[in-house]
Write a protein that binds this ligand. Structure first.
Ligand SMILES: Cc1cc2nc3c(=O)[nH]c(=O)nc-3n(C[C@H](O)[C@H](O)[C@H](O)COP(=O)(O)O)c2cc1C
Length: 366
C-alpha cells in the first residue's frame, strides 16, 4: 500500500519528498536577533528528521518586532550572516529543505522568554514600546501597544520586504509570513484586537488592507519559483472573533495576491482564550480552505500519530501536515512514521544502518 503522507509534492518550483513539515518553533535563544550554535544543533537535528521541509522559527523583521530579547530577526547584516552560517550547514548535512517564517510580534512583543515567565518584560529588563492595530493590551498585565500609524505601516512593510530579500540571499527554499497567533498581522485581521475607525478597521476588507499590502509587497520581490505562503488563523475561538468563514476569505485574498500555500493554524489572539485540545483541531478548517479556495494547504495542531497524518493527506483534507512538539519529543518522527506506514524516507548515509533492514529480523520473527 502506498502512503499519501510520503508521496512527493510540488510547491511552486520546490519539489518536496513528502508531505511532512516541521512547524516553526521559537527557540528564544538568539543574540540581538542572531542565530547561534543552539540553532545549528536544533535545526541540524530537524534537518534529518524525515520531514521534507523544516520551517525556521518566527524571524522578525525589526528589532522591536521581536517577541522576546532571544527571538531571531532578519533586520541586520549580522542577523543575515549568522542565519546563513546555520542554514548552509543544515542544508549541506541534512535531507530536508528549509523554509523561514518572517514575522512581527505586534502587541505580543516585549515579553519574557517562556521559561522566565512569558509575561510582559518588567521595567528592569529593557522593555520596549509595542505597536498594534489598536492600543489594547493582549491581556492583564501586558504592555499597552501604541496604535500603528501610516508611517509605521510603511516602515513595517518595508522591513518585511527587506527581510524577505535577506531570506532569499540566505538561500531559503520557501518563505511564509506569520499572519496568525495574535501577532501584528493577525492583530489587524481580528475584530477582537482591531477597533480602528479608519480604512484599516471595521469591515473584514478594511482589516485585511494592511496585511494584504504587506503580502503584495513581499510577493513582488520573491521569485515565482520560490514558494511564498502565509500561516493564518482558522478561528479566534471566540464568538466575536475570526471564524472559519473568514479564514476562507483571507486565504482566497492571499491566493489572489499570488501566494502559493496557506498554513491553517488558530488561536493566540488574546490572553484569556484557549485552543481546543482535540487531535487535529484545525483540520476541518484547513479542509474548507483547501476545497473552497483551491490553494495548496497545510495544517497543524495536535497531529501526533502517523496514521492520523496519513488520513489527513489521503482524505484530501490538507496537502501537507505540520507538527511542532512531536518533533522535539522525537526528532526522527518522520522515520518512525515511514516505518509505521511502510514507506521510504531518506536518511543521511551515516545513519543508513538504522533503515528498514534493522527491523526486518523482528518482522520475520513476528
Ligand atoms: C516551542 C514552540 C515554539 C513555537 N514557535 C512558533 C513560531 O515561531 N511560529 C509559529 O507560527 N508557531 C510557533 N509555535 C506553534 C507551533 O508551530 C504549532 O503551530 C503548535 O505547537 C501546534 O502544533 P503541535 O500540536 O504539533 O505542537 C511554537 C510552538 C512551540 C511548542
Amino acid at each position: 500500500m502506498s502512503s499519501a503522507l510520503f508521496s512527493p509534492h510540488k510547491l511552486a518550483g520546490l519539489e518536496l519528498a513528502n508531505r511532512i513539515v516541521v512547524s516553526p518553533m521559537c527557540q528564544y535563544s538568539g543574540n540581538d536577533g542572531c542565530a547561534n550554535d543552539w540553532h545549528l544543533m536544533h535545526l541540524g537535528m530537524l534537518a534529518n528528521s524525515g520531514a521534507a521541509l523544516v520551517v525556521v522559527e518566527a524571524t522578525h523583521v525589526e528589532r522591536h518586532g521581536r517577541i522576546t530579547h532571544g527571538c531571531l530577526g532578519l533586520y541586520s547584516d549580522d542577523n543575515e550572516a549568522a542565519l546563513e552560517r546555520v542554514i548552509a550547514q543544515c542544508r549541506h548535512l541534512g535531507t530536508a529543505r528549509f523554509g523561514i517564517q518572517i514575522a512581527h510580534s505586534g502587541r505580543k512583543g516585549s515579553s519574557q522568554r517562556p521559561w522566565e515567565g512569558g509575561g510582559a518584560l518588567p521595567r528592569n529588563d529593557d522593555p520596549w514600546q509595542t505597536i498594534a492595530a489598536s492600543p489594547i493590551p493582549f491581556g492583564n498585565n501586558w504592555h499597552t501597544p501604541r496604535e500603528v500609524t501610516e508611517d509605521d505601516m510603511a516602515r513595517v512593510q518595508d522591513a518585511f520586504v527587506r527581510s524577505a530579500k535577506r531570506a532569499l540571499n540566505i538561500g531559503f527554499d520557501a518563505i511564509e509570513l506569520h499572519m496568525a497567533h495574535g501577532y501584528l498581522m493577525h492583530g489587524f485581521m481580528s475584530p477582537i484586537s482591531n477597533k480602528r475607525t479608519d480604512q484599516y478597521g471595521g469591515s473584514l476588507d478594511n482589516r485585511l488592507r494592511f496585511p494584504l499590502s504587506v503580502a503584495r509587497a513581499v510577493r513582488a520581490v520573491v521569485p515565482k519559483g520560490i514558494p511564498l505562503g502565509a500561516r493564518i488563523t482558522g478561528s479566534d475561538w471566540r464568538e466575536d472573533g475570526l471564524r472559519p468563514d473568514d479564514a476562507v476569505i483571507i486565504a482566497r485574498a492571499l491566493h489572489k495576491e499570488g501566494f502559493d500555500f496557506i498554513c491553517v493554524s488558530s488561536g493566540g489572539i488574546a490572553g484569556d482564550i484557549r485552543n481546543p485540545t482535540t487531535p487535529g483541531y484545525n483540520v476541518p478548517i484547513a479542509e474548507r480552505v483547501k476545497k473552497e479556495v483551491g490553494v495548496p494547504t497545510r495544517t497543524v495542531g495536535l497531529i501526533i500519530k502517523p496514521e492520523q497524518a496519513e488520513e489527513i493527506v489521503a482524505k484530501g483534507q490538507a496537502d501537507m501536515v505540520s507538527a511542532a512538539r512531536v518533533f522535539l519529543d522525537d526528532p526522527h518522527w518522520g522515520w518512525h512514521a515511514a516505518k509505521a506506514l511502510g514507506a521510504e524516507v531518506r536518511r543521511p548515509p551515516q545513519y543508513a544502518r538504522a533503515g528498514p533492514k534493522l527491523w526486518a529480523p523482528a518482522a520475520a520473527k513476528a
